[in-house]
Design a protein around this ligand. Structure first.
Ligand code: HEC
Ligand code: HEC
Ligand code: HEC
Ligand code: HEC
Ligand code: HEC
Length: 322
């Protein structure tokens, strides 16, 4: 190997090392909240002692002392880290301080916590009536819709009403699936809890089903368009319909937060109609796409003709015997 080549290799090597160092520096957390809360463990020695004290207290029916309370907060601080670390928020760098305040540049607990208010403080950004505003800084579409809802009115009147974290549990912050609707909405909307309308959980499940069907119809329309275009069909209008349907679908998740089921259903239905119109335009006539359904008459038709023929054959044979 000549000297020049060798020098070049050295340079490349150094650049690579430099890049590696840079990357590892970036990925190392510079956020004291995360660094420290990650290391909190409910199983450290002090913790075990607190737990022991609590068990003894419980045995003697002594009400919980200050130590027990701190123990509880420490456990929450750990559990919340664990839940958060698996969430979409962790992936997107939405760290503790974004919602709780505090100073993530300070490594010492007292200084880092200095400006953090207790959850029960009405001034805290995570106090339940302040939660919509805190989340709305990033989720403005959801907040806009939510502010138009009866839920929000009731929340402002300090009546029993859900805030963002009633439905998106801290700190996993997941969206609900259809089974969870029954539990979450049913917490208030049931004959027992007496918050009308009572059919909310079932209705919400039904609407979620409709949204899934819409996703399916849009996918199918896109596939049909793909094949039609390959065969030289003009797909401009079909594409327009599908894009309109997609536009409407993307607005549906934020639109939930208006909690106006009639309006929501009308939007899903109109998006569905657009997707079906697109499908019709690009599938060869006379049969529209509704794949499974439209194939069945074909099968029935053929077997009908076969059985008709065999009946005729039998009749002819019988006549022949006479
Ligand atoms: C050096 C460790 C350390 C750092 C840094 C730290 N915390 Fe904590 N945090 C704790 C411990 C330990 C607890 C449990 C209660 C206690 O001891 O105060 C806690 C409790 C909390 C609580 C619950 C408070 C309550 O009373 O309900 C919140 C919220 C919190 N931390 C958020 C943060 C945020 C946000 C940051 C960064 C700005 C941060 N922490 C930085 C160690 C730390
Ligand atoms: C997206 C916003 C958000 C993020 C990020 C977040 N929290 Fe919270 N946190 C909240 C909300 C809202 C509450 C109040 C929950 C409630 O009312 O039940 C809360 C409550 C808490 C509590 C008190 C629990 C209680 O019941 O008193 C602790 C401790 C806590 N968070 C720690 C953390 C830690 C540690 C992190 C980072 C690993 C973190 N949080 C990240 C929004 C957030
Ligand atoms: C600093 C900005 C920020 C704040 C504040 C914030 N979020 Fe998020 N949130 C995000 C980002 C970024 C995502 C991931 C991308 C997306 O879905 O928009 C996300 C995703 C979500 C999701 C979807 C999770 C999933 O698995 O699909 C929910 C639900 C959510 N956030 C609820 C909340 C709630 C409730 C609050 C307030 C307690 C909140 N967020 C505060 C930035 C934020
Ligand atoms: C009464 C329950 C409820 C409340 C309160 C609520 N949400 Fe939602 N949220 C939902 C439902 C339902 C969906 C639709 C997705 C699903 O569950 O299938 C959703 C979806 C989301 C998503 C995901 C959107 C996407 O594009 O996938 C975010 C982000 C979100 N909500 C944030 C918020 C914020 C911020 C607040 C408070 C201003 C809030 N939510 C209040 C029930 C609720
Ligand atoms: C913490 C309690 C609570 C939870 C949880 C809750 N709601 Fe509500 N909801 C209310 C209250 C209170 C009202 C207002 C009732 C009234 O005054 O008519 C309401 C009203 C409604 C209405 C009627 C709005 C109107 O304009 O008439 C719908 C629809 C609704 N909720 C849907 C939902 C859905 C869907 C969920 C679950 C994803 C849910 N709610 C969860 C408390 C709750």
């Amino acid at each position: 190997m000549d000297m020049n080549m060798f020098r070049k290799l050295i340079v490349v090597y150094l650049v690579l090392i430099g890049l590696l160092l840079l990357i590892s520096n970036v990925s190392a957390s510079e956020n004291s909240c995360i660094d420290c809360h990650k290391t909190l463990s409910p199983f450290i020695e002090v913790q075990k002692q607190f737990n022991q004290i609590r068990i003894q207290h419980l045995e003697k029916s002594v009400t919980c002392s200050l130590e027990c309370h701190e123990d509880r907060v420490q456990q929450l601080a750990t559990a919340n880290y664990l839940q958060w670390s698996d969430s979409t928020h962790a992936l997107n760098g939405v760290t503790c301080d974004v919602c709780h305040g505090g100073n993530p540049a300070q490594p010492a607990k007292e200084k880092a916590h200095a400006s953090i208010k207790k959850t029960t403080d009405t001034e805290s950004p995570v106090y339940y009536t302040n939660v919509p505003e805190t989340c709305g800084k990033c989720h403005s579409k959801e907040l806009d819709n939510f502010e138009n809802s009866k839920h929000f009115k009731k929340l402002e009147d300090l009546k029993l009403a859900p805030t963002c974290t009633t439905c998106h549990a801290p700190h996993t912050f997941e969206v609900l699936n259809s089974v969870e609707f029954r539990n979450f909405c049913g917490n208030c909307h049931s004959v027992y809890k007496k918050v009308a309308p009572y059919d909310v959980p079932l209705n919400a499940e039904y609407l979620l089903g409709k949204v899934n069907k819409l996703k399916f119809n849009i996918d199918t329309a896109n596939q049909d368009i793909f094949w039609a275009e390959k065969e030289g069909t003009d797909v401009t209008q079909a594409n327009k319909y599908v894009n309109e349907a997609l536009d409407k679908m993307n607005k549906l998740a934020p639109m939930w937060h208006e909690f106006n089921m009639t309006h929501f259903e009308a939007e899903v239905d109109s998006a569905n109609a657009l997707a079906l119109k697109a499908q019709k335009l690009v599938t060869p006539s006379p049969t529209p796409t509704q794949t499974a359904a439209s194939q069945t008459p074909g099968f029935v038709g053929i077997s009908g003709i076969v059985s008709l023929l065999s009946v005729l054959l039998i009749i002819r044979k019988k006549q022949g015997h006479k």
